[in-house]
Design a protein around this ligand. Structure first.
Ligand code: C2O
Ligand code: CU
Length: 477
């Protein structure tokens, strides 16, 4: 009995709750998958596209007969999909009808710091925030979510998140009929109480909330009917902490065509990919008429990968429209490279709620970066699982513990998984909107970690003014 209980303790320490969480075999796939609607903009005489997003409380019926209090954007849970093209001028009315303040951040977008929607761009309850910018980056699946310091986990968990698709000439060569052969898949894990309300302990485990049920686009127990022979899925891990090892129940392979920050140069065939919180992947999957398969998350390592889930059943119609063949060249955008003498910055993550030993401080600027710079950032994890996201930047993973990254981590990204004991080097290219007054964030995208202090701030400045700005910030000039 003593030996057994020791084993119990050992497992309890290694995993989050001692059990691998699973829903496999529990689902019946009874609910049609919700497709978040595309948001229509108004277009002014100068061609600016204006969108209205209203953050509001509501209730959602995830389970028949049970009403869950939730938050949503233009609806009761999640938000609409925004679609715009490279070169578009976009503007937003972000209306806060929540009972408290929040913010709305454009994750993956290159834009001026004042428009970024980070912790400094507060939207008080009842107020409207009006950001606007020009989209100056290649096609990508980006997303939006609140970023209120200390409350990001809870606000996202209650349902505030949505997709923001950037299109260009290259992306339109892929299946692009939204909701038909271009399907958003927002994966989120949740915990529910018996009465259907959310279990809202953001500090449930050392990683934060790890759920035992899955919502896809806010649908519990979903199925999706498809009608084309090739379907593009835009996968977003919109969870607070969980990582998903995504594939299909029949182990079929699929083409990876894009990740966080845009399309790959050419498609890569895979049968698994790992998405940690905040990461995206675009895949194209081939179907035969009449077949069925299940998008599945396979059990991974202990920690945030500890779980196995059926995500959504996919049912191919008896007859499928023939899709155009997948282009063999996708994007002309190269991976990011940094020169030999590039600035190297080092970030250490531990079990502490801090980066380099310093907890997030809204009044402290940690780094000063010249606009458009290419640098090497080295992130070392010496405790728990973490990942790392940089605002207003695109990066390419150079190596992980000296080894090349996994195939699905190549190309252009903005978030990278940094498991315990790993040092990741990324070549980063920063945006080009200097503003020495307004910081951007870098942080762990496990939202409880971010909220509790694993976040830092950087400003992007006119090249050549770094020393001057740093002196001013440290109060000595
Ligand atoms: Cu998706 Cu700084 O966040
Ligand atoms: Cu973390």
């Amino acid at each position: 009995a003593i030996a057994l209980s020791l084993v119990g303790i050992a497992i309890g320490l290694a995993g989050c709750d001692g059990n691998t969480t699973t829903n496999v075999g529990e689902l019946e796939f009874t609910n049609p998958l919700h497709i978040p609607p595309l948001l229509e903009p108004t277009v002014d005489s100068e061609g600016e596209k204006r969108f209205t997003l209203t953050m509001q409380p509501g209730t959602t019926e995830f389970f028949e007969g049970k009403r869950t209090p939730t938050w949503g954007i233009n609806g009761s849970y999640l938000g609409p999909t925004i679609r715009a093209s490279r070169g578009d001028r976009v503007a937003f009315d972000v209306v806060n009808r929540l009972p408290e303040r929040s913010t709305l951040h454009w994750h993956g977008m290159l834009l001026p710091a004042k428009m970024d929607g980070g912790p400094h761009q507060m939207i008080e309850a009842g107020a409207t925030w009006k950001p606007h910018w020009t989209i100056e980056q290649p096609a990508a699946t980006t997303w939006y979510h609140p970023h209120l310091h200390g409350k990001t986990a809870l606000h996202v968990y209650r349902g505030l998140a949505g997709l923001f698709l950037i299109e260009d000439e290259e992306s339109k060569k892929l299946p692009s009929e939204y909701g038909v052969d271009d399907i958003p898949i927002v994966v989120q894990d949740k915990r529910f109480k018996g009465d259907g309300t959310f279990h809202e302990s953001m500090d449930l485990t050392p990683f934060g909330m790890l759920g035992d049920q899955i919502l896809i686009n806010g649908t519990y127990d979903p199925y999706l009917k498809i009608t084309a022979s090739q379907v593009r899925f835009r996968l977003l891990n919109g969870s607070n902490a969980r990582a998903f090892q995504i594939g299909f129940s029949d182990d079929r392979s699929f083409a990876l065509v894009g990740n966080d920050a845009g399309l790959l140069q050419e498609p890569v065939s895979l049968n698994r990919l790992l998405l940690s919180p905040g990461e995206r992947a675009e895949i194209v999957v081939e179907f035969q008429a009449g077949e069925e398969t299940i998008l599945h998350s396979f059990a991974g390592e202990d920690g945030i990968g500890n779980g196995e889930f059926d995500l959504v059943k996919i049912v191919a119609d008896r007859e499928l429209a023939a899709s155009a063949p997948l282009p063999s060249r996708l994007s002309a955008e190269p991976s990011i490279e940094a020169s030999e003498d590039a600035t190297v910055r080092k970030f250490v993550l531990t079990t502490e709620s801090a980066i380099n030993g310093k907890p997030m401080d809204m009044n402290r600027i940690d780094e000063v970066v010249p606009a458009g710079a290419r640098e090497i950032w080295e992130i070392s994890n010496r405790g728990w699982d973490h990942n790392f996201h940089i605002h207003d930047a695109v990066f390419t993973v150079l190596d992980k513990n000296g080894q090349p990254p996994a195939i699905y981590e190549r190309g252009r990204k903005d978030t990278v998984f940094v498991p315990n004991g790993t040092t990741v080097r990324v070549a980063v290219e920063f945006g080009s909107h200097p503003d020495p007054e307004t910081p951007y964030m870098y942080h762990c995208h496990l939202l409880y970690h971010e909220d509790s202090g694993m976040m830092g701030q950087f400003v992007v400045v006119e090249p050549g003014t770094e020393a001057q700005v740093s002196r001013r910030l440290s109060g000595s000039g």
